[in-house]
Write a protein of this length. Structure first.
Length: 423
């Protein structure tokens, strides 16, 4: 019975320790990934410091780095909690081994006392030969052998339990050392967080000093955004009109050879009206394209190789406290960077909006729009492929490179592009 309890206890604690170790390994992988992302963000921050003044891109970058730093500290906190649980479990395990050792030693001591009292071989012989029958004598011999084996196993269990307890004590010391190391890492990261907060405060204060200039830029951006939305609506309407005209031509019956002056007979029935498709933009040519576009939601490539989203779809709060609603995503990138189509499609239109060019691409019943281009390398009606260069990024109103990406459905509804792009 003691052996069974010993085995079950050992298996249970081994399983718990293994599960905790796996969880810690996952946390360490997450921490390494966060560190890598933070290093990349810091590189972008360093390159952005060369600008003559603070800008939204740098403000966004420091915000991203702060978020990553907070996630890193949260990850370290989870790691410390797991180490605390490991310490508690190990301590409980050591306490149980201590109790088990006490029990084993007590029972072993009793058996040794009994053996000492019956150490005379004459007593053992008397015990055997005093049996009532030969079978009873055999049973007594077997009992004595079992008792001797039992005492030996008691000694083995004590030694094995002592060794396991020693291992757990060593493991507990190792976990405590690891916790001390992780606590030092946490203190270091908390210090880095305070430094980054101070840097963010400086950027925000500098941006607030440029409040009037930023407000005028935002007003101009809103006007540009409204013109782009108008161009998108016009492109969708044109696509629908073109598709409707094509459907009418396709379904119009050929002219008859009958005399137009002859009145219709009773048996002459006009051709039944052709029912238009549910979605005029979906036809045999682009139905598969449309389905593939929908299947790739969350997997579309970004329109630039290197960029930072600085204004997200929906409501954005700027450093000055100004709230700005955006129907696309603004991506900061280098001036002159290649801008690429996010999916296969047909160029619906290329239009000028003030000093910038805008490319609108149709993907079945969806449309992707690329604004703030300095130059364009495609034309209306041209078929494009995923990742094909369609133009170059231009400078924005702040003097830095950026583009705007919009995604709309056939009804003109705005869709969050970041939900369709790869993370």
């Amino acid at each position: 019975m003691i052996k069974f309890i010993f085995s079950v206890t050992l298996f249970t604690f081994f399983s718990l320790s293994l599960h905790a170790q796996e969880t810690r390994e996952e946390l360490e992988k997450q921490r390494a990934a966060l560190k890598k992302e933070m290093e990349q963000t810091q590189k972008l921050l360093n390159s952005n410091k060369a600008k003559t003044k603070e800008n939204l891109a740098r403000w966004k970058l420091i915000n991203d780095k702060l978020n990553l730093q907070n996630r890193l500290i949260e990850n370290i906190g989870k790691d410390i909690n797991l180490l605390d649980k490991n310490i508690t479990n190990n301590q409980k395990e050591i306490n149980r081994y201590n109790k088990l050792l006490d029990t084993l030693k007590e029972e072993y001591a009793k058996s040794m006392v009994y053996a000492y009292k019956n150490r005379n071989s004459y007593d053992f012989l008397s015990f055997i030969f005093s049996a009532a029958s030969f079978n009873d004598a055999i049973k007594r011999i077997a009992y004595l052998k079992y008792y001797r084996d039992y005492r030996e196993k008691q000694g083995e269990n004590i030694l094995r339990t002592q060794e396991l307890r020693k291992q757990k004590v060593n493991e507990l010391g190792s976990i405590k050392e690891k916790k001390s190391e992780v606590l030092q890492i946490k203190d270091k990261e908390l210090t880095a967080l305070e430094t980054q907060k101070a840097e963010k405060d400086k950027i925000v204060n500098d941006l607030k000093k440029e409040g009037k200039q930023l407000n005028s830029q935002l007003t101009a951006f809103k006007k540009q955004n409204a013109k782009v939305e108008k161009a998108i609506a016009a492109a969708i309407k044109k696509a629908r009109d073109d598709a409707r005209r094509a459907a009418v031509v396709k379904n119009t019956p050929p002219p008859t050879t009958a005399d137009p002056k002859r009145p219709p007979r009773g048996g002459d029935n006009p051709p039944p009206p052709v029912k238009p498709p549910e979605n005029i933009l979906l036809n045999a040519e682009n139905r598969v394209l449309n389905e593939n576009f929908k299947k790739n939601k969350g997997l579309l490539p970004w329109p630039v190789d290197k960029g930072i989203p600085i204004l997200h779809f929906g409501r954005n709060q700027l450093p000055s406290g100004t709230i700005m609603d955006v129907t696309g995503v603004t991506i900061a990138t280098d001036i002159g960077s290649n801008v690429k189509s996010v999916f296969d499609g047909v160029v619906s239109s290329v239009v000028f909006v003030e000093d910038m060019e805008v490319v609108i691409i149709q993907h079945g019943e969806y449309f992707s729009t690329y604004s703030n281009l300095g130059s364009v390398s495609v034309k209306g009606g041209q078929t494009v492929r995923t990742g094909q260069v369609i133009g170059k990024a231009a400078a924005n109103l702040d003097g830095n490179g950026s583009i705007e990406l919009y995604i709309n459905d056939a009804k003109g509804n705005s869709i969050d592009p970041e939900k369709w792009l790869k993370r």
